[in-house]
Structure formats: structure tokens, C-alpha cells
Design a protein around this ligand. Structure first.
Ligand SMILES: [Fe+2]
Length: 225
């Protein structure tokens, strides 16, 4: 039942394919130009990250969903099970990157402007200060082995902020069903290597200059009205 829900869920960036009602996904547009986040993140990185990496997750997610649809219709249980890791990895890649683009904004459009109102107060209450939160996320992001994500999340049940990390392309929901991403930072090498080489801490230090706290505040207010 859950799988049926997954593959037939309507999305504004999905495409209706086939007579069985399978929905696939397409690359969302960025809300800014590729070069608009410079100098924090180069236009070359943004273009490759969006057009190549995010697109590859979507292409492979769609392929896995089509194979899943076929396997379900044939009653092929072993193939249904076999496809789960590809769905988690590529579907997670699509989910995570779709959030990431919205977490960034050019400086003239408010990128890097500190959070205000309820999110700003919640950060001060939970972490001591915005600077303390940034240091915590940078430390956890730098320490994450291999590839993954570091998140500022709101636990919508407990109504509190938490910092989490996920490995590979695991979406945040794999760490807890009540966790909602407020800010997600991609710490895969493809997110910074062309500009920062192997120095992930420098990338993490600079990305805060283009974090879209206004969007983060809207997510927080929705979960903690
Ligand atoms: Fe990425």
C-alpha cells in the first residue's frame, strides 16, 4: 500500500506516464541563476550540481519506479525488494536536492541574512546563538565520513530544533518520521570540490553567506505555529 502511495502521489514536478498511472519526476528549476551564489558557490559547481547530479538522481529514480511498477504488476517479489536500495538512494537524492536549492539564496535576495522572528528565537534558546548553531553544524558536517548531509531540523512532535546528519542520500525522514528539514547542507564532494578542493570546512564556512533563512523561517513557522 505504501509503495502504491509512493508511485501514484501527485507532484507539481511529476509527469504522468503510462496507462497504469505511474508518475515520474523531472528536474525543478532553480529559483536563481547558476552564478548568483558567487563567490560562496561557483556557477560552475551550481550548474553541474543541478544539471548533472540532480538530473542523474531523477533519471535513475524514474527508471527504478518504472521497474518497480512492472515488478509489482508481475507479482515479482524479489525484484520489488531488490529495487528498494535504488529507490532510497536516487529518490533520496531527488528529495534532498529539491530542498537544498530552496535553502540557498543570492545575497541581494537575502542570502545569509540571519533568521528573525520565531526561528531566530528558537535557535537562541536551543543552541545559545546562531553562531553556536553554525559551529555545531559545521563540526558535524566536517566530521561526517564519506558523503552525506547535515541538517537543521524541527521535530514537529516535540516542537524543538535538532541537528542531524544522514549518510549518502538518505533523506532526513530516515532518522525519524517527525523530523522536518529546515536547512539541509550537501556535504558530498560534488557540492564543493571544484572550488574548495578537499577542504570541506572552508565550503561549510562560506555556505552560510548564501543560506536562505527566510525560507527556513517559513518551514519552522508552519511546523511550530
Ligand atoms: Fe549534491
Amino acid at each position: 500500500m505504501a509503495l502504491r502511495t509512493l508511485i501514484t502521489r501527485k507532484s507539481p514536478i511529476s509527469t504522468h506516464l503510462g496507462f497504469r498511472g505511474l508518475q515520474t519526476f523531472s528536474l525543478p528549476d532553480l529559483p536563481y541563476d547558476y552564478g548568483a551564489l558567487e563567490p560562496a558557490i561557483s556557477g560552475e559547481i551550481m550548474q553541474l550540481h543541478h544539471q548533472k547530479h540532480h538530473q542523474a538522481y531523477i533519471t535513475n529514480y524514474n527508471k527504478a519506479l518504472e521497474q518497480l511498477d512492472s515488478a509489482i504488476s508481475k507479482g515479482d517479489a524479489s525484484t520489488v525488494v531488490k529495487l528498494q536500495s535504488a529507490i532510497k538512494f536516487n529518490g533520496g537524492g531527488h528529495v534532498n536536492h529539491s530542498i537544498f536549492w530552496k535553502n540557498l539564496a543570492p545575497v541581494p535576495e537575502g542570502g545569509g541574512e540571519p533568521p528573525k522572528a520565531s526561528l531566530g528565537s528558537a535557535i537562541d534558546n536551543h543552541f545559545g546563538s546562531l553562531e553556536a548553531l553554525i559551529q555545531k553544524m559545521n563540526a558535524e558536517g566536517a566530521a561526517l565520513q564519506g558523503s552525506g548531509w547535515v541538517w537543521l531540523a524541527v521535530d514537529k512532535e516535540l516542537k524543538r530544533l535538532v541537528v542531524e546528519t544522514t549518510a549518502n542520500q538518505d533523506p532526513l525522514v530516515t532518522k525519524g518520521p517527525s523530523l522536518v528539514p529546515v536547512i539541509g547542507i550537501d556535504v558530498w564532494e560534488h557540492a564543493y570540490y571544484l572550488q574548495y578542493k578537499n577542504v570541506r570546512p572552508d565550503y561549510l564556512k562560506n555556505i552560510w553567506k548564501v543560506i536562505n533563512w527566510k525560507y527556513a523561517g517559513e518551514v519552522y513557522d508552519k511546523e511550530c505555529p
